[in-house]
Design a protein around this ligand. Structure first.
Ligand code: CDP
Ligand code: MG
Length: 172
């Protein structure tokens, strides 16, 4: 009973915290090695910039398999997990943090479905890739995972808080 009450309060506080982030919600977007090899970094940046989101962190690196194992640890029991960690650590990636109202949910819409075959034209995966195992891009699936992922890939000092002069023309 007490436990249930506490978890309801915790959930309420979490929702309120998420709401209060408003235009400052952040999502973790990563162009995977196949997207890098195919020259798609610029297209991804272009789409997020044109949408009105603000870039607050970006790095180009080849990540270790250990980092990928941690990043994808929720999928550890899935048969594709070892291959996934190998593939994403096999070459450089472009890791980014983007900020804006509903950045997580809208970011996922912009990516499309996990399987490019189910992704609508107009989405990144719908327009630019074919196979589920080469779906070129990662995007956080919740505000909670975005926090974890940004914390995993970026040191606090690598994230830049800045005021965009376009803000008052993007938000009413
Ligand atoms: O990336 P997303 O959040 O859309 O999907 P996920 O379910 O979190 O899976 C992570 C990644 O695993 C996918 O983006 C695919 O690269 C890969 N995957 C796969 O290779 N085969 C599957 N059946 C499912 C996912
Ligand atoms: Mg995912």
């Amino acid at each position: 009973m007490v436990c249930t009450l506490l978890s309801v309060i915790a959930e309420f506080l979490r929702v309120m915290a998420d709401k209060s982030r408003g235009n400052a919600e952040r999502t973790f977007i990563m162009v995977k090695p196949d997207g890098v090899q195919r020259g798609i970094i610029g297209e991804v940046i272009k789409r997020f910039e044109l949408k009105g989101f603000k870039l607050v962190g970006m790095k180009f690196l080849q990540a270790s398999e250990d980092l990928l194992k941690e990043h994808y640890k929720d999928l550890a029991s899935r048969p594709f997990y070892p291959g996934l960690c190998k593939y994403v650590s096999s070459g450089p990636v472009c890791a980014m943090a983007w900020e804006g109202k509903n950045a997580v949910k809208t970011g996922r819409f912009m990516l499309g479905e996990t399987n490019p075959a189910d992704s609508r034209p107009g989405t990144i995966r719908g327009d630019l890739c074919i196979d589920i195992g080469r779906n070129i891009i990662h995007g956080s699936d919740s505000v909670e995972s975005a926090d974890k992922e940004i914390g995993l890939w970026f040191k606090p000092e690598e994230l830049v808080s800045w005021k965009s002069m376009a803000e008052s023309w993007i938000y009413e």
